[in-house]
Design a protein around this ligand. Structure first.
Ligand SMILES: O=P(O)(O)OC[C@H]1O[C@H](OP(=O)(O)OP(=O)(O)O)[C@H](O)[C@@H]1O
Ligand SMILES: O=c1cc[nH]c(=O)[nH]1
Ligand SMILES: [Mg+2]
Length: 211
């Protein structure tokens, strides 16, 4: 399974800001959208193009468009919503399939509570978005769901990936490329990515407990 760690200076800089313990909800949200957009740029580099003619200012001109590739963006609730606007800024006409999964904090097993996929998903490229790939359970369950619905081309965009999650996807879904801003070090005993970002859902929605 290809894993692409995008070590672009803008991404490194923004991710560094996101790791600060004292980051505000506003700044975390803004940066998640921005890094989401930069990962989208990378993940769509190889979309096929086709030429067509238009009437330009100086006469007919040959231009290009993305060739018949329909896209669905798949945010994994809740935290995936934190990247959605950034992705849609670059692909404004993409349809959005929403998947709700929550990880049980003791067992770390992801439970599905919502599956709202767009029509004709079998003909679309799916871009799954979630800030965190930790054990990989949530991402693997989402890919299972999309494949069951007939989706054949799937890419995953995550801000931070743990080696454990990468290994799980490598085993279960070797055909899915993961684009990430950082491959981090490891998971702690509670299943959090180290150094990671902390609880991304809480940070996007402002639901974290004050220390
Ligand atoms: O790779 P995994 O071990 O499955 O963990 C990663 C998942 O955990 C977080 O969501 P969480 O379950 O905390 O839900 P939330 O977004 O509603 O906070 C995160 O956004 C991923 O979806
Ligand atoms: O580090 C982690 C792991 C899972 N979910 C998060 O939000 N953060
Ligand atoms: Mg959470």
């Amino acid at each position: 399974m290809p894993i692409r760690e995008i070590r672009h200076p803008l991404i490194r800089h923004k991710l560094g800001l996101m790791r600060r313990a004292d980051i505000s909800t506003k700044n975390f949200r803004e940066l998640a959208q921005e890094v989401g957009a930069l990962l989208t740029y990378e993940a769509t580099q190889d979309l096929p193009l086709e030429s067509y003619r238009i009437e330009g200012w100086c006469g007919p001109v040959e231009v290009e468009k993305i060739a018949g590739k329909k896209i669905t963006v798949v945010p994994i609730l809740r935290a995936g919503i934190g990247m959605l606007d950034g992705v849609l800024q670059l692909i404004p006409s993409a349809k959005v399939s929403v998947v709700g999964l929550a990880r049980n904090e003791e067992t770390l097993v992801a439970q599905t509570y919502l599956e709202k996929l767009v029509p004709e998903i079998d003909q679309r490229l799916a871009l799954i978005i979630d800030p965190m790939l930790a054990t990989g359970g949530s991402m693997a369950a989402t890919i299972d769901m999309l494949k069951k619905a007939g989706c054949r081309e799937i890419r995953a965009l995550v801000l931070v990936a743990a080696p454990e999650g990468i290994a799980l996807l490598n085993e279960r879904h070797p055909d899915v490329t993961i684009y990430t801003a950082s491959i981090d070090d490891h998971l702690n005993e509670s299943g959090y990515i180290i150094p990671g970002l902390g609880d991304a859902g809480d940070k996007v929605f402002g639901t974290q407990q004050k220390a």
